[in-house]
Design a protein around this ligand. Structure first.
Ligand code: ADP
Ligand code: NI
Length: 217
């Protein structure tokens, strides 16, 4: 199989596997990350084959559904790519992308680094920004039965991971606690550019939101 056929077969595999996935990480999230990763890759010297496979397979097994087990995704990806006889260095690289994409800093040391990982990570983060990011945030909040906004509950940027997960905060607070911080965490030039565009869009969105809240505009 040539590279194009492998990518097409992988897309079909992912689409099929994620048929019943929750809205935030369904096939269409993968589709957007894949397209965005390709856009970002144009400005970087990377192996686009690895970027595309990494983007397609990065959420193949959401650890939330496997008791937090983060080894399932990389293993599933490897098993699938082996059936297509993809070369070992590519498989290893894709596994490493899946293992490290949600690395958030903190006490553990990040061992694996590559520009291909940078590209896929930027694309994944970009899907939490802009018009799509707003839709995903309110979709998540609705699923969790959260308020859209409450002016008496202020955002708190000093929460621990655990507190953050369990807090029933209004969705608009998530913008300040996470989404507005993402533009300064981009790895690539194009990622930064796209993040700025999407960030500015969200800024004007929240400005409009507050005006409407008080019956203005
Ligand atoms: P990732 O898969 O990138 O690790 P998450 O699972 O944390 O991301 O989030 C998936 C989507 O849900 C993102 O768009 C994110 O902004 C949104 N989301 C996560 N937590 C919250 C929250 N507390 N309030 C609103 N949206 C959230
Ligand atoms: Ni993702």
């Amino acid at each position: 199989m040539d590279r194009q056929n492998i990518i097409e077969a992988t897309a079909a595999f992912v689409k099929d596997t994620l048929q019943n996935a929750e809205g935030g990480h369904d096939w269409w999230h993968i589709y957007r990350v894949w397209k965005t990763a390709k856009t970002i890759a144009v400005g970087e010297s990377v192996d686009t084959f690895v970027v595309e496979l990494g983007a397609l397979l990065h959420d193949i097994a959401d650890s939330k559904f496997y008791n937090g087990d983060e080894t399932v995704g990389p293993k599933k990806a490897r098993e699938f790519l082996e059936t297509l006889h993809v070369d070992e260095p590519t498989i290893l690289h894709v596994e490493n992308i899946i293992k490290n994409i949600s690395f958030k800093g903190g006490k553990e040391k990040q061992i694996f680094k590559s520009v291909e990982l940078d590209v896929v990570q930027d694309a994944d983060r970009l899907d939490a920004l802009g018009a799509i990011g707003i839709a995903r945030a309110f979709n998540y909040g609705g699923y969790k039965n959260r308020k859209i906004y409450d002016p008496t509950i202020k955002p708190n940027l000093n929460k621990t991971k655990e507190e953050y997960k369990n807090s029933a905060e209004p969705t608009l607070n998530h913008f300040y606690e996470k989404l507005f911080l993402l533009k300064d965490r981009m790895n690539t030039k194009t990622g930064q550019l796209l993040a700025k565009h999407r960030h500015d869009f969200m800024t004007s969105y929240v400005e409009q939101f507050y005006e409407e809240w008080e019956g203005r505009l």
